[in-house]
Design a protein around this ligand. Structure first.
Ligand SMILES: Nc1ncnc2c1ncn2[C@@H]1O[C@H](COP(=O)(O)OP(=O)(O)OP(=O)(O)O)[C@@H](O)[C@H]1O
Ligand SMILES: [Zn+2]
Ligand SMILES: [Zn+2]
Length: 829
């Protein structure tokens, strides 16, 4: 019986985003299953290409001649059936390609290298000398050269080595057709594995001398040294041996040839080190924490359970609850995944988990090397990692018996991917947990409005913790109206109130956190005389001023330029930075409190590896009095000694042109305030703002989450935003603005045409095409169409967008154009 494989081919073009059918040759029939990685001939020249088996069948719909699978690449399928289901689901949900999804869940650190090899044909090899000379004389110089190169490299040559010759593919093809050469693909299945190589004696130490005598073996000086070393050491890693004895690989290998030593390869697990330290506290869960745990634990083996939303105020001990749940899961033989926002920002959380659970805790995030990722995957498969802490991609870790998924600070925007597939980790976690009856816990002190709405509608088990673990009230937030401060003649960034409170806190030997949501020195630089604003050359963005180097930097593309003393437009000397960033805060603070030690934590000071840990360690060890930072500060930091938090410009975030900016403001105020008074000392917050009336700020000052939710949900409803409608953003971009405009208009017309065909005539749910709020990034002009599923069925809308933007992409759009489709984007800038 014949067997056929339907595969997805790894290729970056959109028209290959389909299942292709290949015949499975006889010799592979019992080796290829669904989920396997295979090589298939593909494209021009039938280049062997990596592909993934989605289906296997023994019948063909049509009677056509098919190409055959070349080979299978792994012994075991690398995808489980559930993985393929997930791929299909994501593809529909996020309107992306198969390969986008496959890349996401593909075991890290695997890749295929394939290359073409040229050799002389049998016919040529069988020629006698005269015939060969005749042949050569019939060829041109290039062909002769190729043949001599093949001969020099022992009859077989990678074609890459010839790529400098112009038109080489054409020439080789011609030679191959004339039967002079053979062209063949070869490939290497490269798994990026790192092994350790252990050496030990193959016979008992005291039998060595007899063995040498009996076999009349004379050892060199180095070899003797090695043997003596091994007599005293059971085994040693080869590189250590080379290092210690200055021995060569040669002398080690010759010992192996004399059957004196064994060499054994073992996996090496490259564990990323953790530089943050923490002392261990003995903790007994309080009633609220216990209830939260029990709810989840008691249903752990139930089917069709709802996800849990753990809404607990800041410092309520949610992390302890997670660990207790995970501990129980472990005792039942179940593994756990803990998602945290931007892993690099949460060394404290990782350390708490490692303190409690030890080496079975693994860490996974995008900054790991491919090799490290591969190691983590292998350790998971081998059962050596049972708890994985990671960013959103950790969701795809290959656990054998996953029981729990925790999403900490689930309101954070980093849980939505900005890269294809633009998935929401929350949605994917729901899909996975639903399919496999896994306990899913979403925790936050400030749930997102979207998910909270769903919780209110019964989609979640809502669990609340209303008290802090230390039983203290949440820190009182005092509001300072900065308009009045100006009237009092205070032009400083720091209100009198905040200055007093800082003095007080320091006098009591406590520490202070100051929050401002903008890094750099000033938000922009402009000329007071003519109004010229320094702009990025590549983006439609004003440059942020960084003082040390006297440069303006683009926070989108990294472009930098020196800021001149004179205005480039009008030559006036009134070029000044405006607005405030963390650098400026640090500078002013040093003027007012010259004796205080200050640390700054923002993207600029934490970009180097280990620098974040260093800052956190210093602050924990009280080597500084004040920590200034951006929203990095809001993520789970837990310092016993912080009693005062200053929020410098609370209303700054309100003015962001995005429908989620009120929500973000509320969340940031609540989270940053929550860093104060977490241990036995009471905390306090000073919040500076020009706008004291906005409901985000009023509700936040009173820790009134319910009230904020009620205010916000009304507005969302009135404007038809999430959670009431889905929004689909399609951004078309490219270097040529006219081409971008033409393409997006083309897309718009095509979509309208299809909608009309479905009898739809009212197009109010389509906004655009318009230039994006940030109309240029990195030399690429950006235009956008926004769709809301008002008055239209979401699947119909998605179907049409997919048809135009993916299936017919090559027809509707020019090659030079990029298209980005985002379902329910975080922001529409
Ligand atoms: N039952 C308990 N008894 C004593 N201390 C506790 C208890 N539970 C938690 N803590 C301590 O209280 C502090 C806050 O706990 P944790 O960091 O787990 O809170 P959280 O809810 O995750 O905080 P946030 O959301 O604000 O980041 C930590 O120092 C923790 O060790
Ligand atoms: Zn000027
Ligand atoms: Zn830029």
């Amino acid at each position: 019986m014949e067997k056929y494989a339907k595969v997805i081919v790894r290729s970056n073009t959109f028209h290959t985003d389909n299942l292709f059918t290949y015949k499975i040759p006889e010799f592979l029939k019992n080796q290829i299953y669904v989920g396997h990685r295979v090589l298939v001939p593909f494209g021009k020249g039938n280049k062997p290409t990596e592909a993934f088996v989605f289906k296997i069948s023994d019948t063909l719909e049509e009677d056509i001649k098919l190409k055959e699978v070349v080979d299978v690449l792994d012994e075991e399928p690398i995808f489980k059936l559930e993985d393929l289901e997930l791929v299909n689901w994501m593809k529909n949900r996020y309107l992306c390609t198969y390969i986008d999804c496959i890349n996401l869940i593909y075991p890290k650190g695997y890749k295929v290298n394939n290359y073409k090899v040229v050799s002389l044909s049998d016919e040529v090899l069988n020629l006698n000398e005269n015939e060969f000379t005749d042949l050569l004389s019939s060829l041109d110089d290039i062909q002769k050269d190729i043949i001599s190169k093949i001969n020099i490299s022992k009859g077989k040559l990678k074609t890459e080595k010839l790529k400098k010759i112009p038109n080489i593919n054409y020439i080789l093809d011609k030679m191959s057709k004339k039967n002079i050469i053979n062209l063949k693909w070869e490939y290497k299945n490269h798994k990026n594995e790192k092994n350790l190589c252990y050496i030990s004696l193959s016979i008992e130490a005291d039998e060595v001398d007899d063995y040498l005598k009996k076999n009349k073996i004379n050892l060199g000086v180095k070899q003797k040294e090695i043997v003596n070393f091994l007599k005293n050491n059971d085994r040693v890693e080869i590189n250590d041996l080379i290092d210690i004895l200055k021995a060569s690989k040669q002398s080690i290998l010759s010992l192996q040839n004399k059957n004196l030593i064994d060499i054994k390869l073992e996996d090496y697990y490259r564990n990323p080190e953790n530089a943050y330290t923490l002392e261990q506290k003995e903790i007994y869960l309080n009633e609220e924490q216990k209830n939260a745990c029990n709810k989840v634990i008691s249903e752990m083996f139930d089917q069709n359970k709802k996800p849990y939303m753990l809404h607990g105020v800041t410092g309520s001990g949610k992390t302890e609850v997670y660990m207790e749940i995970i501990d129980y899961a472990l005792s039942q033989g179940l593994d756990s995944i803990v998602l945290v926002p931007e892993i690099a920002l949460t060394p404290q959380t990782i350390t708490r988990f490692k303190n409690r659970f030890g080496d079975i805790v693994g860490v996974f995030h995008s900054q790991l090397s491919e090799g490290q990722k591969h190691d983590v995957y292998k350790a998971i498969k081998a059962g050596n990692i049972r708890i994985l802490i990671g960013a959103r991609s950790a969701l795809f870790a290959p656990f054998n018996s996953l029981g729990v998924i925790i999403i900490d600070e689930f309101h954070e925007t980093s849980y939505k991917s900005e890269k294809n597939p633009k998935f929401s980790a929350i949605e994917v976690a729901k899909f996975i947990s639903n399919k496999n009856d896994i306990s899913l816990v979403l925790g936050s002190a400030t749930p997102s409005i979207d998910e909270y709405y769903k919780a209110k509608n019964g989609e979640y088990n809502l669990i609340e913790i209303n008290q802090r673990a230390n039983k203290n009230p949440l820190p009182k937030i005092e509001v300072v109206d900065m308009k009045e401060e100006l009237n009092k003649g205070n032009k400083s960034i720091f209100s009198f109130k905040l200055q007093d409170e800082i003095k007080q806190a320091i006098k009591n030997n406590n520490q202070v956190i100051l929050f401002l949501n903008r890094r750099g020195y000033a938000s922009f630089v402009s000329c007071r005389s003519c109004g010229y604003v320094f702009q990025c050359e590549n983006c439609d963005i004003s440059l942020t001023y960084h003082k040390g180097k006297n440069i303006g930097r683009c926070h989108y593309c990294g472009y930098e330029r020196e800021i001149p003393k004179e205005c480039p437009e009008c030559s006036s000397i009134y070029v000044k930075p405006f607005g405030v960033g963390t650098q400026k805060i640090e500078e002013e603070l040093k003027v007012i409190f010259p004796e205080l030690k200050v640390l700054r934590m923002d993207k600029d000071t934490t970009s180097k590896k280990g620098s974040l840990e260093e800052i956190l360690n210093k602050f924990k060890n009280k080597e500084a009095d004040i920590l200034i930072g951006t929203q990095m500060l809001s993520k789970g930091l837990d310092f016993d000694n912080v009693t005062l938090v200053g929020i410098l410009s609370a209303d700054m975030m309100l003015n962001f042109p995005d429908f989620k900016s009120f929500e973000t403001t509320f969340q940031l105020i609540t989270q940053v305030s929550g860093r104060a008074g977490r241990s036995d000392k009471e905390g306090k917050v000073v919040l500076q703002t020009y706008d004291t009336d906005h409901y985000s700020i009023r509700r936040a000052i009173n820790y009134d989450f319910e009230g904020f939710y009620e205010d916000e949900i009304k507005i969302r409803k009135a404007f038809g935003y999430a959670p009431f409608n889905n929004m689909i953003s399609v951004v078309v971009s490219g270097e040529n603005e006219n081409l971008v405009k033409k393409n997006i208009q083309n897309m718009y017309d095509s979509i309208i045409y299809l909608l009309k065909g479905r009898g739809i005539t009212d197009f109010e749910f389509i906004l655009g095409p318009n230039p994006c709020s940030i109309s240029k990034i990195n030399q690429n002009y950006r235009w956008q169409i926004l769709f809301k599923d008002d008055n239209i069925e979401i699947n119909l809308l998605k179907g049409i967008i997919k048809y135009i933007c993916i299936t017919k992409r090559d027809v509707v759009f020019s090659k030079e154009i990029n298209i980005s489709i985002d379902i329910n984007p975080n922001s529409v800038l």
